[in-house]
Design a protein around this ligand. Structure first.
Ligand SMILES: [Zn+2]
Length: 502
């Protein structure tokens, strides 16, 4: 009776054999070797188990045919293994011990045959040799994995262009795809102007924008649009994400893995750039600052952001005003839709309320008139003189100083923990907002300048509400809504609205 064995062949992703037995043809060669081995040893082949491109070294990799082989050995379907080399079977001591267990407890003759010789796992010597070999193979694999990682990193550090599939913004040959680059540029500026990423995504979907990997019939997803607009590659930066990080679940932020030279400056790639580094960084800052911080807004509540949210103020108590909707079916609802009010539950006096659209129209026309004046008038100022930028920088420095002070007080024990945490989160939110607006202004240049004014005038009607709101808050400190006297008619009286310019 011939002993029935299982043949096992595996090719590795690392290509560690270096003798033509890795790669696609490698697995065929290994099988040929196994057939010859089985024949030469007078064995019988029960089944050929083959795993393609699966490492025997990485613990996370599951090799389905290997699992089958171990199962069949244990169940007695086969009474041995034939392989090109022991390191094809396993490179993990843990796995070898499992096989040794099976051999030791089997009540039948067992074979462990390789083209490099047999291991008699029933004897101490045979087990010792097998263990030693697997240990060496394991060490070799770890070295090879490190070598491959080093090599990939070396390629990345030298700033060579990327291989493989093109990225959105470039053609397959690595040159810039003009219309995609133009779309990226426009969308980045829109976001810096206050447009929401969801609006940009909707626009792209409407345009039917597709990436190189978008499945047929689909358009780019929200997260893909975000990825494209913030891709460090756009400005020549190279992110190198270590395999260990990539293997963990969850989305990896490439900006946390920008390759740097020894002097701490980013490695700049040789490929064609789509965006300036300042612009991409500003978009990243702005989108990060807009991320919900998991506090403040209650779950399920929807706060409608109107054009004057954040700038409208109660003329009585000075508190910021909130928008609300008139009851459906009422004449106020038909005529105006919504109103701004000073809400008691948010800390206001609760006594002020005014219909929304007329105030907004008033602010719009005042702003546009002012911009027209600017467009006709003086030459663009230098960005250092941009008062909004100077102000934001100053505020940012103040917030950072406040944070440092709070930490110091906390360390000296003068700040109770609960209060400290609240204060720090408040300051952090403020800091994120300010640093986003500083970097936006750095990129966009002086917003009081002629070109910015002209552009806003030209594009105003095409702006979404969040964009108009963002422009308003750039020029307007507050829109103060004063109380209307009791009695008399309730016509809208513009003189009761005071616009405080920045
Ligand atoms: Zn009030």
């Amino acid at each position: 009776m011939r002993i029935v064995v299982g043949g096992y062949a595996r090719i590795s992703d690392v290509g560690e054999l270096g003798d033509g037995r890795d790669g696609k043809e490698g697995v065929i060669r290994q099988q040929e070797d196994i057939h010859a081995l089985v024949k030469g040893r007078g064995l019988s082949l029960g089944r050929m188990y083959v795993d393609n491109d699966l490492s025997a070294f990485k613990r996370r990799v599951v090799r389905p045919d290997y699992q089958d082989l171990v199962h069949d050995l244990e169940a007695g379907a086969v009474s041995g293994i034939a392989a090109y080399n022991i390191d094809r079977i396993t490179r993990q001591p843990r796995e070898l011990e499992r096989i040794i267990d099976i051999y030791e407890t089997a009540r039948r003759p067992m074979v462990f045959a390789t083209t490099a010789g047999d291991y008699d796992l029933a004897t101490e010597d045979g087990r010792f040799n097998a263990r030693l070999y697997v240990m060496i193979a394991n060490k070799f694999s770890a070295d090879a994995a490190r070598r491959v990682a080093r090599q990939k990193k070396a390629t990345a550090t030298s700033g060579q262009a990327h291989q493989g599939q093109r990225a959105f913004g470039w053609k397959q040959d690595g040159t810039v795809e003009d219309w995609e680059a133009a779309l990226i540029d426009k969308s980045q500026l829109d976001i810096l102007n206050g447009k929401l990423l969801s609006e940009v995504h909707a626009e792209w979907a409407e345009l039917g924008v597709r990436g190189p990997q978008t499945p047929p019939g689909k358009t780019l997803s929200y997260s893909s649009v975000r990825y494209i607009l913030t891709n460090p590659r756009l400005c020549g930066y190279r992110a190198y994400i270590p395999v260990a990080v990539r293997e963990q679940q969850g989305r990896v932020d490439p900006w946390e893995h920008i390759l740097e030279r020894t002097d701490g400056t980013p490695v700049i790639g040789e490929w064609d750039k789509v965006s300036s580094a300042d612009q991409v960084r500003a978009v990243v800052d702005v989108l990060n600052a807009r991320k919900p911080k998991g506090r403040g807004r209650k779950k399920g509540s929807t706060v409608t952001v109107r054009k004057l949210t954040g700038t409208s103020r109660c003329g009585d108590c000075g508190h910021g005003m909130t928008s609300g909707q008139y009851t459906e079916g009422t004449s106020s609802f038909e005529q105006w839709g919504y109103y701004y009010h000073c809400k008691k539950s948010e800390g206001g006096c609760g006594k002020m309320s005014r219909c929304g659209p007329p105030i907004e129209d008033l602010v719009d026309s005042a702003l546009l008139a002012r911009l027209q004046q600017a467009a006709k008038g003086s030459k663009p100022q230098k960005s250092q003189d941009d008062p909004a930028l100077v102000k934001a920088r100053k505020e940012l420095a103040q917030v950072e100083a406040d944070m440092a002070e709070a930490r110091q007080l906390r360390e000296s024990g003068e700040f109770p923990l609960g209060e400290f945490v609240r204060e720090i989160s408040r300051l952090e939110t403020k800091r994120d907002e300010l640093s986003a607006s500083v970097s936006t202004m750095n990129v966009m240049g002086p917003q009081t300048g002629v070109s910015a004014a002209e552009r806003i005038l030209r594009e105003w009607d095409g702006y979404t509400i969040p964009m108009q709101r963002s422009v308003i808050s750039r020029f307007v400190e507050a829109v103060v809504i004063k109380k209307q006297g009791k009695g008399g008619n309730h016509e809208f009286r513009p003189e009761l609205i005071e616009i405080v310019w920045k």
